[in-house]
Design a protein around this ligand. Structure first.
Ligand SMILES: Cc1cc2nc3c(=O)[nH]c(=O)nc-3n(C[C@H](O)[C@H](O)[C@H](O)COP(=O)(O)OP(=O)(O)OC[C@H]3O[C@@H](n4cnc5c(N)ncnc54)[C@H](O)[C@@H]3O)c2cc1C
Length: 448
């Protein structure tokens, strides 16, 4: 079957795919972005109704475009999706929506890759997997499906009215878990929240948002945690104008805090005795950021208002000092569990040799072990900020650079092949350091 030819195939039309397309376009590299749903679909249909960005509009964006919002406001999920769609439109990103890539294989005996897609085969010299860090919702195999409990993942949660009447157990206290628990409690539900290890920066301190502090203190650029070191989730919220995630306030509002969720047996769920330790570690993280911020202010002679009250945490609530280690779900009136424990990866379509025994990509800054295959949007791909809106743009720039370097070698080789016909326009472009706008190379070939 004939296949369409291009230079770079980008799989995924979320923020990672769009950023990749922008950098390829700037370099004049022909490419196609293939997205199985709509542009930025995850922001539209995988988030709850009231979700707003975790960072203010001035920060959570690409460098080249501002939100049409108060810079200190938090964009709603639809506004983020609209922003990304408009951004892609601003440089005519060659995105094909409604097309799924079902497999990518290396060509045998010749360079490049062949992708099978629902829109027909595509051949490309390079492939960028921009399918992101949040692919497969994880619901641990803890509570059996026939236990009479309504279970859903945070990505399927929309609003309190969606859940059957009764109490709700929220498992996971990263940004999703705490925001969903808070919203459910505010709607009048009885809520239990299982809290694991977390970082919880102040929403703002001394008149600057935490995004600013993490930036000036170099923490968004922190390199990946050492192998084996635990990745700790970050609990922040832009909801209701943005306020610090404070587990004492959540307990004060009537939410029962628990330690890490454990096994389930005969209607009873067990919890680790680690709630106090998790809260204390989160507090330590919070306080250390305040201290680093104070030191930064002093060192640089900044005129930012002091905020001594931010250092006062208050006493621990009863559920922390006298922890609940098991909950009989029916007796507690709990009818639903929201699992806010994160996402897994699914690269089953990418049939190349660059995955470890657990299916995780082996790569260095997104450059895979399979020459010609790149990843984008991975957590900690190059730094803490990698999977976020602003961070992925910089990683995309790096990947575009790596592709340009490889194209340069290929162009040199083609130019030195005496028996080959004159360089194709594509290679000639590369040799001249082409600056024309990118777009898909639409030639088709009968290559098998
Ligand atoms: C609840 C939540 C809130 C978040 N809030 C923020 C925030 O406020 N600020 C911030 O910076 N970051 C935030 N993030 C993190 C991150 O910015 C988002 O998850 C973002 O959607 C990641 O973008 P991406 O392009 O890497 O991946 P995705 O948005 O997941 O895009 C990947 C795309 O690939 C497509 N795809 C997958 N497989 C295939 C295939 N085989 N063929 C074709 N297409 C395929 C999918 O349909 C999808 O559209 C949040 C994440 C979550 C889960």
């Amino acid at each position: 079957m004939s296949s369409e030819q291009t230079e770079v195939l980008v799989v995924g039309g979320g923020q990672a795919g769009i950023a990749m397309s922008e950098h390829l376009t700037r370099g004049g590299v022909p490419h196609i972005v293939v997205e199985r749903d709509r542009i930025a679909e995850r922001w539209r249909s995988w988030r709850w109704d009231s979700l707003v960005a975790n960072g203010p509009a001035w920060h959570d964006r690409f460098p080249g475009k501002e939100f049409d919002l108060d810079p200190d406001a938090f964009a709603g999920k639809e506004q983020v999706a609209d922003y990304l769609a408009a951004y892609a439109g601003s440089f005519d990103a060659p995105i094909r929506t409604g097309v799924e890539v079902t497999s990518v294989r290396r060509n045998a005996g010749r360079p490049g890759f062949r992708a099978a897609t629902s829109g027909g085969p595509i051949e490309a010299r390079f492939v960028v997997a921009a399918t992101g860090a949040f692919q497969t919702p994880i619901i641990p195999d803890v509570v059996p499906g026939d236990a009479g409990i309504h279970q859903l993942h945070s990505s399927s949660y929309r609003n309190p009215a969606q859940l059957p009447p009764g109490g709700v157990m929220v498992v996971g206290a990263g940004s999703s878990g705490v925001q969903i628990a808070d919203e459910l409690r505010a709607s009048g539900r009885e809520v239990h929240l299982a809290v694991g290890p977390h970082d919880r920066p102040p929403r703002s301190y001394r008149d600057r948002d935490f995004c600013w502090w993490l930036g000036v203190l170099g923490k968004w650029d922190a390199a990946a945690p050492a192998a084996g070191a635990e990745h700790v989730t970050i609990a922040v919220s832009g909801a209701n104008g943005g306020r610090t995630v404070d587990f004492r306030r959540l307990a004060g509002s009537g939410i029962t805090l628990l330690g890490r969720a454990g096994a389930y047996r005969d209607g009873v769920m067990a919890f680790a005795p680690d709630l106090a330790a998790n809260i204390a570690a989160g507090d330590a993280n919070y306080l250390s950021l305040l201290r680093e911020a104070d030191a930064f202010v002093e060192r640089n002679g900044l005129d930012l208002p002091e905020e001594p009250e931010a250092h006062v945490l208050g006493g621990d609530p009863d559920c922390v000092t006298d922890p609940v280690l098991s909950v009989d779900l029916a007796a507690a009136g709990i009818t639903s569990i929201v699992w806010a424990v994160g996402f897994g990866a699914d690269y089953s379509w990418l049939e190349v040799d660059t995955f470890d025994e657990r299916g995780r990509p082996r790569h260095q800054r997104g450059v895979s072990r399979e020459l010609g295959v790149y990843f984008l949007g991975l957590p900690w791909q190059s730094r803490r900020g990698s999977s976020f809106l602003w961070g992925v743009w910089h990683d995309a720039k790096y990947i575009a650079d790596q592709i340009a370097i490889q194209r340069g070698y290929l162009a040199y080789d083609e130019a030195r092949q005496p028996t080959l016909p004159a360089p194709t326009p594509r290679i000639a472009d590369a040799l001249r350091g082409a600056s024309r706008r990118g777009g898909p190379a639409l030639a088709t070939t009968g290559a098998a």
